[in-house]
Design a protein around this ligand. Structure first.
Ligand code: ATR
Length: 277
């Protein structure tokens, strides 16, 4: 009896060599006993669409998309989910049975699941401050607002970008824009979605925005505590966590779309964390 070929999946990025997605999906596949492979594919900066087309023409089943191709993936998708439409980004592609190329983004739901389920932080009814107004923040706003927070304030160095995002998502809940300097009031949850720490910087957060009861979430992650977490802890916050769980949860959501089964994420988060130290 001939063996069934394994279904092929991959993450495409540039660079992609350090992506944790192959490890995460291999762990999900083993846990849920799926006949599949998952690899990392490096696409040339000007060759993303060709790599995607040839992957699917050769029988590939699904792709994750990472930096810097999420917008190109959004443009390439023939159909998009509502959350991807609003996010302006696609991190998951697959072909439907009818041959249509679908795009979704699972980053936002991944972040909300990590915050609420893994860290036990309530968003509903809370005052939420989100720092940054780039692609990463746009990608998570709809699932965040669907939790019905009391209010969401987007603070950004470039105020106009925060205002544009607030306008775009106003129909989903109470959302305002602010510069860092003019931020007022205390917040229950502060989410860092800036890329400031990549340059060794911290977003300039004024005094009085966080208290000992605040929870702090960094969408970035690293083996050590991130600079933002360290700053928050120096202010005495109740809890400061990084976004490693978001990475695993967004992967689990993609996996569930492709395979129809939802893997257990806790053991995989622990496995990826242990491999980082
Ligand atoms: P991403 O896709 O990671 O969101 P991006 O779209 O380039 O990347 O957005 C980066 C975000 O980090 C922006 O909100 C940016 O602020 P500006 O819109 O004012 O550029 C923010 N950011 C980057 N470096 C920062 C710094 N040193 N201090 C504060 N904010 C910073």
């Amino acid at each position: 009896m001939s063996e069934q070929p394994l279904d092929r999946y991959a993450v495409i990025g540039n660079p992609v060599g350090h992506s944790k997605s192959p490890t995460i999906h291999a762990a999900f596949a083993e846990q849920t006993v799926q006949a599949m492979t998952y690899e990392a594919l490096l696409a040339p900066l000007d060759g993303f669409k060709d790599v995607v087309s040839s992957f699917f023409q050769n029988g590939g089943k699904g792709l994750n998309i990472t930096v810097p191709f999420k917008l190109e993936a959004w443009q390439m998708a023939e159909r998009r989910t509502e959350r991807a439409e609003l996010a302006g980004a696609v991190n998951t592609l697959w072909r439907s049975d009818e041959g249509c190329l679908w795009g979704d983004t699972t980053d936002g739901v991944g972040m909300v699941t990590d915050i609420t389920s893994n860290h036990g932080i309530t968003i509903t009814g809370k005052r939420v401050l989100i720092l940054g107004a780039g692609g990463a923040v746009r990608g998570v706003l709809q699932p965040l607002l669907e939790q019905n927070p009391d209010r969401v304030v987007i603070a950004n160095r470039t105020l106009s970008k925060a205002e544009t995002l607030a306008d775009l998502f106003r129909s989903f809940g109470t959302i305002e824009a602010s510069s860092f300097e003019t931020l007022l009031g205390e917040f229950d949850l502060v989410i860092n979605g800036t890329s400031a720490s990549l340059q060794g910087d911290l977003p300039p957060i004024p005094e009085g925005v966080i208290s000992r009861d605040s929870r702090v979430y960094d969408m970035m992650y690293s083996a050590e505590k991130t600079a933002f977490m360290q700053w928050a802890e120096s202010q005495g916050v109740a809890l400061a966590v990084d976004g490693l769980g978001m990475l695993v949860e967004q992967a689990a959501e993609s996996f569930a779309i492709w395979r129809g089964v939802r893997p257990e994420t806790g053991p995989v988060i622990r496995q990826v964390r242990a491999a980082m130290v």
